[in-house]
Design a protein around this ligand. Structure first.
Ligand code: AMP
Ligand code: GLY
Length: 429
């Protein structure tokens, strides 16, 4: 098979690594790809994930049997729709179906229509209406920009005054058109986790759960980021919680999208809060999480390609059920100094490309080579050090041991990835 993979982050490196292991693959093209993927496929650094027309043309030209889409920006640009027009199977939803992620107003209204548990909310375009609405919500106030804002469009404001400030900034254009509407939500207390399911438009099969760490610094402190680390399985997902989430969230979402004429094909990422009243949706994403994808790919046994293809073709019943290794995998993100606000570019990284043994994989997120061939930082999140183990303690030890062998004074990482899971493991003896 000829496969085109779209994207350039750690998520896509992990997908490329897993796809490249499939005996079905004859040719793998990755657009644009990154330095870490050089040996896994042909890279197309001249293309962007948002170049929907050019990517569709490339898929036709290379006679792709399957296109796998990593980032939501490609979905929003309509790549799946372009491919559908050419009859090329695409793992990733249409632009309309991707609204589950790309418009918070859409996804909240969808959940309301289908009685999917989530926080109560209102959507506002005018400042005075939003201000008035604050009277009926209780603190802390959850304020969200409607559209895609690279994970930065959510504010949790302890006071009404701060909430008003956030609303003013969003409606005032801080996120461009993504903030033309704001969503105000009820605050949900509980522990958060991400549940993943692969979907073929009619059916969904669970891929299991993961947790990530969104804050930049140890102790879950500091600014919000795209994610500084992750692990899977996540102990928050008890069998009861998974059962409830599948029944109350995943299945009704897939059925509802199909009924509304937007069959959902690809991976559904349900960001869930485990509340006292059961699972509630914090957000949907229309793609794998980054760095959650990295740990899922390392846990997934067997060949991923038949499953991706079956989703894209609309018949998951033809694919074998996914199997997961009975292990825990952890991912620690190495970020450039200054991330997330102003990451330092160009610092040299040594030792990242050595063989770390069978339990460790290093996925690249933002790297490039300088003229002398050194690996250098070229982004905020730069490397993902992933390790497997019999439990979280062992996986963590292996990941941090590998990090010690990487010489990169220009970067930093959190030293406490997986602390919540580790505490539970310790409690349970
Ligand atoms: P989102 O981009 O919608 O996932 O929001 C970013 C983060 O804000 C989430 O991961 C949660 O930690 C937090 N958050 C969002 N909505 C709520 C809510 N209604 N209640 C509590 N926390 C929330
Ligand atoms: N790690 C969170 C995300 O991918 O949205």
């Amino acid at each position: 098979m000829n496969i085109l993979l779209v994207g350039s982050g750690g998520r896509e490196h992990a997908l490329a690594w897993k796809i490249a292991q499939s005996p079905h693959v004859r040719r793998l093209v990755i657009a644009p790809g990154n330095t870490g993927m050089e040996k896994l496929g042909e890279l197309r650094p001249d293309l962007k994930a948002t170049d929907a027309d050019k990517l569709a043309a490339l898929a036709r030209e290379m006679r792709a049997d399957l296109v796998v889409v990593g980032p939501e920006t490609a979905l929003e640009a309509g790549l799946a729709d372009r491919l559908a027009a050419s009859g090329i199977p695409c793992f990733g939803p249409s632009k309309k179906a991707a609204q589950l992620e790309t418009s918070k107003a859409f996804s909240k209204a969808f959940m309301e229509r289908h009685e999917i548990p989530t926080a109560g909310y209102g959507v506002y375009e005018r400042l005075h209406e939003a201000r008035q609405a604050l009277q009926v919500f209780k603190p802390p106030y959850v304020i969200k920009a409607d559209g895609l804002a690279a994970g930065k469009g959510v504010a949790i404001a302890p006071t009404k005054r701060e909430a008003e400030g956030e609303i003013e900034r969003m409606l005032g254009g801080r996120f461009g058109t993504a903030g033309a509407r704001v969503v105000i939500e009820e605050f949900m207390a509980g522990e958060e986790g991400s549940l993943f399911a692969v979907c073929d438009g009619q059916r969904a099969v669970l891929l299991g759960g993961a947790q990530d760490h969104k804050r930049a610094y140890d102790g879950d402190l500091g600014p919000n980021t795209g994610g500084m680390g992750s692990y899977s399985p996540a102990p928050v997902f008890t069998p009861e919680l998974v059962e409830a989430a599948e029944r109350l969230v995943v299945q009704p979402t897939i059925a509802g999208m199909a009924r509304e004429g937007m069959p959902y094909r690809g991976v559904l990422y349900a960001g869930l809060m485990a509340t006292e009243d059961g699972p509630k949706v914090v957000e949907f994403n229309a793609r794998f999480g980054d760095p959650e994808c990295q740990v899922l790919m390392m846990r997934l046994g067997g060949d991923i390609v038949p499953m991706l293809l079956a989703c894209a073709r609309g018949d998951l019943t033809r694919a074998p059920m996914p199997e997961f290794r009975p292990e825990t995998v952890i991912c620690v993100v190495l970020a450039a100094s200054g991330y997330p606000d102003s990451p330092l570019e160009g610092s040299i990284i040594r030792g990242a490309e050595q063989d770390f043994g069978p339990h460790v994989q290093v996925f690249h997120a933002g790297t490039r080579r300088d003229e002398e061939g050194h690996l250098v930082a070229a982004g905020g999140r730069v490397l993902n050090v992933c390790a497997r183990g019999k439990d979280i303690a062992q996986a963590r030890e292996r990941a941090y041991a590998a990090i010690k062998k990487i010489d990169w004074p220009g970067g930093f990482h959190r030293t406490d990835i997986g602390w919540r899971a580790l505490e539970r493991e310790a409690d349970e003896g």
